[in-house]
Design a protein around this ligand. Structure first.
Ligand code: HEM
Length: 396
């Protein structure tokens, strides 16, 4: 039991197979609760659906300002502070349309590419024989490959950009030397790709803008930043969600059997997996720009507010019997796994299609897919923005 005066440390647990005990207890007793962050600062942790939704919809809770000097932090930044406002910068530079177009799953050939790639990776798994690490041998290459495809850069670039993510998405109390080294290397690499005549896709389109009128010509660093951040945010989110959706299915065989036997339910199944999955390991941070009343709590200007997505997604007031996997809920899509309000994920349709196709292919080709080790043996990454098992050993 916790008491209302004790300062809890957040995050609670990196284990992605069970919701931390603190979540339900806090939601029921103090849905806006003072906590100690990884950085050692104090923040308000918000754990009910209604209040999480309210924070995300209210622009007085700012994402951009969480990177301001001297403000309380959830963790030390691993990217240049101005990049926290990535989508705002993209919009300001006139690149929003090009980026949204690239993230549209209806782009010609993208669905076919994803399906063919999923089959290619399953062929390799089958050729090698069980067991396999499904995260390293499927989720990561499938996700990184999709991003190379969208960016229009060679697939051979995927491993190097992918490697950086292990550090870029760390939650740390102190600065990480490797983050800056990787960032500079990746920006240089992406800048070189802008000049490569073989580059097409989003990066090709961005490179072509450099031929436009001088006054609105974006600079190379801005364009390379778009490429590096889209690869990073997109790959970690899609690969992380797919891995955790698979962890859920493999630890809930009734749900796995349902989606395997009824592939027509994989679409709504992905939505319900988005709701119940625990892939976000920390919380969505916002800085209060003025004094604001949130539920029964007075938030002060300059306070850090943390939106606990799993708190909202498993709130029984919003989703009755929240731990039941139910593909027929009429409000599943109202989960907050893509955020909400001004910073709502711009790639929701792509994220859903990416997971749907992967599950269709995996459950069809490997119908007996199962964990090859007891779930308790999974090793959970610590100090990371996503909950992921270091390896996901499976048999089939
Ligand atoms: C299943 C896959 C995905 C999930 C679960 C996911 C989740 C999220 C969440 C929770 C946010 C809100 C962050 C906040 O409010 O602080 C967000 C924003 C964002 N996501 Fe995604 N995402 C996914 C796929 C992608 C992909 C594929 C891309 C790009 C290639 C992407 C790019 C972004 C960007 C740029 C933002 C920031 C938007 C803004 O600040 O306006 N995401 N995503």
């Amino acid at each position: 039991m916790t008491t209302a005066t004790e300062l809890l440390s957040f995050p609670f647990s990196w284990d992605g197979t069970r919701v931390p005990d603190e979540v339900g207890e806090l939601r029921a007793t103090s849905p806006v609760r003072r906590v100690r962050t990884i950085a050692g600062d104090e923040a308000w942790l918000v754990s009910s659906y209604r209040l999480c939704h309210q924070v995300l919809r209210d622009d007085r809770f700012s994402l951009k300002d969480t990177s301001a000097p001297g403000v309380p932090r959830q963790y030390t930044l691993t990217i240049p502070p101005e990049v926290v406002n990535n989508m705002g910068n993209i919009t300001g530079a006139g690149l929003r349309r090009a980026v949204l177009k690239a993230l549209n799953p209806k782009a010609p050939g993208l669905m076919e590419w994803l399906r063919a790639e999923a089959h290619r990776l399953v062929d390799l798994l089958v050729e090698d024989g069980p067991t396999a690490d499904l995260r390293g041998a499927f989720c990561e290459p499938y996700s990184a490959g999709m991003h190379c495809h969208i960016l229009g850069i060679p697939q051979t670039e995927a491993p190097a950009f992918l490697r950086s993510l292990d550090i870029a998405f760390m939650n740390s109390a102190c600065p990480i030397t490797g983050a800056r080294i990787n960032w500079d290397r990746d920006i240089a690499r992406m800048t070189a790709l802008l000049d490569d005549p073989a580059t097409h896709g989003l990066m090709g389109e961005l490179a072509a803008l450099r031929d436009g009128p001088e006054h609105d010509r974006p600079n190379d660093e801005m364009l390379a930043t778009v490429g590096v951040t889209m690869f990073g945010a997109g790959t970690i989110s899609t690969s992380g969600f797919l891995t955790m959706a698979l962890v859920y299915l493999l630890t809930h065989p009734t749900a796995r059997d349902l989606l395997r036997d009824r592939p027509d339910l994989i679409g709504p199944g992905v939505e319900e997996l988005l709701r119940v999955n625990l892939s976000i390991a920390d919380a969505l941070p916002r800085l209060a720009l003025e004094d604001i009343r949130l539920g029964d709590t007075d938030i002060r200007e300059g306070d850090l507010v943390l939106v606990l997505v799993e708190g909202a997604n498993l709130d029984p007031e919003k989703f009755p019997d929240p731990h039941r996997f139910d593909v027929h809920r009429d409000n599943t899509a109202e989960h907050l796994s893509f955020g909400g309000g001004a910073h709502y994920c711009p790639a929701t349709a792509l994220g859903r299609a990416h997971a749907r196709i992967a599950l269709e292919v995996l459950l069809d080709r490997l119908p007996d897919l199962a964990l090859a080790v007891p779930a308790a043996q999974l090793v959970w990454r610590t100090g990371f923005m996503k909950r992921i098992p270091e390896r996901l050993p499976v048999s089939w």
